[in-house]
Write a protein that binds this ligand. Structure first.
Ligand code: PEP
Ligand code: MG
Length: 557
């Protein structure tokens, strides 16, 4: 068990003549910390890839923070106290300032600051790091919080799972756990005070349940559940390379959602047809500058070539909401999800937008690349975005650069006003992709990142089903294809309804692809249409859920 790390820091008065030595001690601790982080970064880069290693860029930036360094030195001179004490005080002040900022993304960065801060303190105190290295045998980690660097180090350790008191969905820790496929339950308040070293734990990452000292029967049940899960996974994986076709011959496409180009091998491994959503905002994270046109181009070219001849849908920058990018200095907003985000930001910053559009256009000659705008709320925004796309094309023509002039341009339908005017949008779009993560939060008025109202966030709600039906019908009326790239597309039981409503393409995290393929291959389109029809007659999300679960069980038995 990793408790809150105890570093005992005494408050000592120092002589004026000791100040230079204390400053030197501080500088040496910074240099040593930098060395440690670079070493760790190299190791992670070799073992896991560059993308994961980039997380430590944020740590290195903390070390270069002039304000922090200067404040320590000036207080040291003024207060004449030992540097470890001064530094811990400055660190506390920094963390409390960040805690007051009402921005989830910035709050998550507290983990970076405190992680580096602890390293510096350890070096100031000359202490050896205690933690994962001391693990004996295979273990479950229970900690108040786990830093991104600890999470990254877990892949080479015998870590079976981890549980934390605090943490959020957008933290680097959660991102890392997902990519390492380590079962994890974060934000389980008070867990460290209820678990003792040596306790036997069951960590069910799929439900967020942690059971302390389970009785024999519970342990047996979970053991069986685990074995069953393994059997099911093998069964699903057996169809991963087959076409997604229903028993009566309707073909749909199952594509993948990715955030980083290095996820492409995982897409192929899980039998993804193409990429239905390439979220590009992660490209801008953990750095102070913005990616250049060339960097964008190289990334899109790589993904396009790797997936060719299958399609890759690049979504243009979707920042704002819970995705904060420090380099753009977006002012704090009361309602960030309703604020200056995604296409609204891009239309106001044509410099940033057109740079990305030019890169997508240039990369379009290397494969089957499509582009898609997020958060379109009405046809005017689509026209304005297309106007800038035309300008980007002209700029490329002027400089003699090649691109696919007929690149398909899609609209993400994720705002209720777009869903309700889908017939108007469909006349001017090449395809639709339904973004249910946002569509649900906007149509049910439920903040998607607020755990207190999570019980209201319901993809099976009749309002959601009706909106989805309206979008699919409007798209088909205008003879364009419609995909779904929100998490709802990966819900096994709802897949039957979506298939029956006529959805053409599903886009999901790579790991879920085989299961969905298996389900769709097990049912006829006519039967799915009947299921959708019946589901639309139900009054509540709970009824829809129970009904679709029952149908799924019948199909899979
Ligand atoms: C969505 O809103 O459904 C979606 C896929 O986009 P994001 O989750 O990035 O907002
Ligand atoms: Mg969205």
């Amino acid at each position: 068990m990793l408790g809150k790390e105890e570093l005992i820091i005494s408050r000592e008065t120092i002589a004026w003549s000791d100040i230079p030595a204390q400053i030197q001690l501080f500088e040496e601790a910074l240099i040593q910390t930098r060395r440690e982080i670079i070493e760790l970064q190299k190791k992670i880069s070799t073992d896991m890839g560059q993308q994961e290693a980039q997380i430590f860029d944020a740590h290195l930036l903390v070390l270069e923070d002039r304000m922090l360094i200067e404040e320590v030195i000036s207080r040291l001179k003024k207060e004449q106290l030992n540097v470890a004490y001064i530094f811990s005080e400055v660190l506390k002040k920094y963390i409390s300032v960040f805690l007051k900022i009402e921005d989830e993304y910035l709050k998550e960065r507290i983990a970076d600051i405190s992680d580096v801060g602890k390293r510096i303190l350890r070096n100031l105190l000359g202490k050896k790091r205690k933690g994962l290295d001391d693990l004996e045998g295979r273990a479950i980690i229970v900690a108040h919080d786990i830093s991104p660097s600890d999470t990254a180090a877990m892949h080479s350790k015998n870590v079976a799972a981890f549980v934390t008191d605090i943490g959020g969905k957008t933290s680097h820790t959660a991102i890392m756990a997902k990519s390492l496929e380590i079962p994890a339950v974060v934000g389980l308040e008070g867990v460290t005070s209820r678990v003792n070293p040596g306790d036997v734990l069951i960590v069910d990452g799929s439900t967020g349940i942690v059971i302390v000292d389970p009785d024999k029967e519970t342990l047996n049940n979970y053991q069986k559940k685990l074995e069953k899960l393994k059997g099911i996974t093998d069964k699903f994986l057996s169809v991963k390379d087959l076409a997604t076709v229903t028993t009566d011959g309707r073909i749909v496409l199952i594509n993948a959602n990715i955030e980083f180009p290095d996820e492409v091998p995982s897409v192929k491994l899980h039998g993804g047809h193409g990429i239905g959503l390439y979220r590009t905002e992660f490209f801008y994270m953990n750095r102070q500058d913005s990616p250049t046109e060339e960097e964008h181009y190289q990334a899109y070219k790589y993904v396009a070539e790797e997936m060719s001849p299958h399609s890759v849908v690049v979504r243009t920058l979707d920042i704002g909401g819970d995705k904060f990018l420090s380099q753009f200095k977006i002012p704090h907003e009361m309602q960030p999800f309703l604020g200056w985000r995604a296409i609204r930001f891009c239309l106001a910053r044509p410099d940033i937008f057109k740079l990305q559009l030019r890169a997508i256009l240039r990369a379009s000659v290397h494969g089957n690349l499509k582009l898609m705008y997020p958060m379109i709320s009405g046809v005017e925004e689509l026209r304005q975005a297309n106007q800038l796309l035309e300008e980007a094309k002209k700029e490329l023509k002027r400089s003699g650069q090649k691109f696919n002039d007929k690149i398909e341009v899609g609209v993400m339908v994720e705002v209720p006003s777009a869903a309700m005017t889908a017939d108007i949008l469909a006349k001017e779009a090449d395809f639709f992709s339904i973004g249910t993560n946002d569509l649900i939060q906007y149509s049910l008025a439920v903040d998607r990142s607020n755990e207190k109202v999570a019980y209201l966030y319901d993809p099976a709600h009749p309002a959601v089903l009706r909106l989805v039906k309206n979008i699919i019908d409007a798209a088909h009326q205008a003879k364009i294809k419609v995909a779904m790239c929100g998490e709802m597309a990966g819900e096994p039981s709802l897949a039957l309804i979506l298939l029956g409503l006529g959805l053409d393409e599903f886009s999901l995290p790579p790991q879920v692809i085989p299961e969905l393929k298996y389900i769709i291959r097990a049912i006829g389109f006519k039967a799915a249409q009947e299921i959708a029809l019946q589901a639309l007659k139900l009054s509540t999300g709970k009824e829809v859920d129970e009904f679709s679960q029952k149908k799924l069980a019948e199909i899979l038995k």
